[in-house]
Ligand binder design. Sequence first.
Ligand SMILES: [Fe+2]
Length: 272
Amino acid sequence: MQIDIHSHIIPGVDDGSQDMKTSIALLRMAAENGTTDIIATPHVIDVSTTLTWDIIRRKVEELQKEADKNGIPIRIYPGAETELNWDLLELIRKDHSAFCLAGSRYCLMEMPSLMLPPNLEEMIYELQLMDIVPVLAHPERQMQLMEKPEKLLELLKRGCVAQSNGGSLTGVFGPKPHAKVHMLINNNMVAFMGSDAHNLRHRNTDLSGAREKIVLHWGEETATELFETRPKCILENKALPDALYLNRLPQTIVKPKQEKPKKKGIFAKLFG
Ligand SMILES: [Fe+2]
């Protein structure tokens, strides 16, 4: 079993797949590389515009029919990658499953890559009062959180959970997110891995490379937790057992040692 909780596979609704042919190819690629379940998470930035929760659910049904017709053994669920704002909070207040992952109590949130929203904590608190679990999408790509990962740890200790991208681990986004995702997994701060697939090129639905790397560095058990056990809690709308995440968060974050620049020898000084 392999569950991908973050993907842009619905055709023509955001900057992900642009047509049904691409969506089907992305689903086939996912299934061929071990994914059995995938949550479609189109960007929902302004909830007052066109992409409503009803439309997302309907489009997922259509996509599932096409996948079945093409003989692709994969189960697709509705979801969204939301930009946290007060309008969205109001919609969730009215309908608790709206824009949440597979209609559960988990809501995938994207934070702007440079600046965190000024009232982030307040909005997270509001969500938690509604019994919603904020899932922070790819924190390894958020500058402020990675400059000060203690801030992320504080959010996780308060009940948020983090999802990292397979591509960050395989180097698709460059060396910085790659190093950061290593640091986060080393510190048990990542709850789920996801593809965040947008296209058939480098940001695709193949999670096999990321899974292999996790098995290699952290072992089979960690891979099973990141791709199966914990995401299954989302599909079943169950709380993540503390023993599986919260209790394993570090007291202080262990960061890789900064390499000191080597002192140059006399020959290097003269001829280097
Ligand atoms: Fe995304």
